[in-house]
Design a protein around this ligand. Structure first.
Ligand SMILES: [Zn+2]
Length: 189
């Protein structure tokens, strides 16, 4: 079954996004993403990575994502005032400040479900991915109610150091000064 809520993005747009993802995030993030893709496919679950979380999220991306969220929240609150009164904008759609997100260091991605088996639901598809996550070296966003979010199961400081240590990239918060010995961990060990 095709997910009716899937993001409205053309194949060409998605291909460009995927190139950006593979060119910028940490290699172990790509390895975990690809392993999760294979695990999902074996169950009939197909997914992609979403914009803003699909590659390294810069300060400018964060400003834009927060703007879109404000706009979307305003629409949501107008249409569902009672529901909006029971939550907050950040609980409704969590976006971390720049520098405090694994997305800022190429150590996270957000998924959107494209297909799942007819007898199942989108939630079931998310739950299946969650069960694979820890085996693949990933932490889910469930603890902060961010269902589509996956990140490497390492501290944020470690993600920042690994990102800075790549050399070809500048760490957004320390301009590449936080260099450490860098080795690629194989997720799933
Ligand atoms: Zn995320």
């Amino acid at each position: 079954m095709r997910n009716p809520d899937r993001q409205n993005v053309t194949a060409a747009q998605y291909a460009t996004r995927d190139l950006g993802f593979r060119a910028t995030v940490l290699p172990e993030t790509i390895a975990a993403y690809d392993a999760l893709t294979r695990a999902g496919a074996a169950l009939g679950v197909k997914f992609g990575h979403a914009a803003f979380g699909g590659a390294v999220r810069t300060a400018a991306d964060t400003v834009l994502a927060m703007k879109y969220r404000r706009d979307d929240w305003a629409v949501f609150a107008r249409r569902n005032p009672a529901a909006a009164a029971r939550t907050t904008m950040n609980a409704w759609r969590p976006i971390a400040e720049f520098g405090s997100s694994f997305h800022n260091f190429g150590a996270a991605f957000d998924v959107f479900i494209i297909e799942y088996p007819d007898a199942r639901s989108v939630q079931w598809a998310h739950d299946q991915l969650d069960t694979f996550a820890s085996k693949l070296g990933l932490r889910t966003g469930d603890s902060f109610r961010d269902e589509p979010h996956f990140e490497l199961a390492i501290p944020l400081s470690e993600a920042r150091l690994r990102y800075a240590a790549r050399g070809s990239l500048q760490c957004p918060c320390c301009s590449g000064k936080g260099r450490v010995g860098y080795s690629v961990e194989q997720p799933g060990r």
